[in-house]
Design a binder for this molecule. Sequence first.
Ligand code: CTP
Length: 411
Amino acid sequence: MPDPLAGRRILVGISGSIAAVKLPLVVSALVQRGAQVRCVLTPSAAQLVSAPALASLSRAAVALDGDQWNHRESRPLHIELAEWAELVLLAPLSATSLARWVHGLGDSLLASVLLATEAPVLAAAAMNTAMWQSPGVARNWEALQAFERVLPLGPSAGLLACDRQGAGRMAEPAALLLALDSLALWGWRRDWAGQQLLVTAGPTREWLDPARCLTNPSTGRMGVLLAQAARLRGATVDLVHGPLAVDPAWLEGLRCHPISTGAELQQRLRDLQPAATAIAMAAAVADHRPARPQAGKLDKSALADAMAAGWQEVPDLLQQLVAHRPAGQRILGFAAQSGDGLQPARLKFARKGCDLLFANPIDGPGAGFGASTNQGWLLGPGDRCQSLAPASKLAIAHQLLTALLALGPRA
Ligand code: CTP
């Protein structure tokens, strides 16, 4: 599977926020993935992160303000860099660099590169909470939302280097890389703006006693990537999830609701369904729960009897969502299939009643629980059956979002 960043020319612009210290790791990861990387530092960033380290990691000279007008070069450096870049990662974006950019100032190398480039820009803000919330910065950030070709990543809340707890932390390196992948695969357009997407992901667990449960190997990767892809396309996203095995940075920017059992998932869906404009039911719901769960840990000699005491079916939550959906709401279901799965998937689609059903094999190479890639069939209205070729789960997520949005609100 080709890496969406391999061979791409990525310009990394670093401005003056302490989060700059995280950028060498990002540059190193990009180079390891086969990208060509060049870095531009503002003077403040150069106080915080080492230009020689970035030059070694990127295998390219680092551009500083003093390099802008070099009489040995035929072209101004800011134009050369702006035109070289296929993608720009602007991280961290400080209050000053934001203000320059939004107000069209080109009084430094990075500022003039930003004015001159026609490449898409992923811009990740980072600053102290009070600075972030100050009216001038808030206005500038608001203005940036309307810029063509820009994917703005607001900061998350947490402990800041100034010892304050609050909004201002730059997106973690793994979140930056995910957003760059999305920018390379899909672009910067926020066609999901105004939508409220509810996504379920990961396994549920049905407890026999406090130490044993019935569950499945779902990692939640497909659902979480779908949630992130929708967020990057402008949606507000609620993610209801069982225990996940994904990078925690992939949860940034999502409203997360952790659950364990099918009953907890059912309750959360009841709370959140009414406000959602669309739902993607990617959770791998454990189908049965013990009829008589035990409050204390069973002795192993009692286990066989406890399991033989019977199991109850967990209600079909997707069918319940379909039965209770408000006007306009669209619902995407998933189907885990083994063997020749298309015919059973068609029956499942008819049984569930959702608008779209993505049926994916869980026993083929490069598909199934925990894999980074996926493939399958997307079943839709009027016997539609679209085959989705093997691709990264993020690429599949974007295809599913495009198909869901194309349906429009349900009449
Ligand atoms: N699902 C659900 N509630 C359940 C079981 C499944 O909402 N109790 C949802 C899943 O989240 C998924 C879809 O139904 O969106 C299909 O799930 P899958 O496990 O493929 O099918 P099942 O209905 O469980 O049928 P089977 O296990 O027999 O294939």
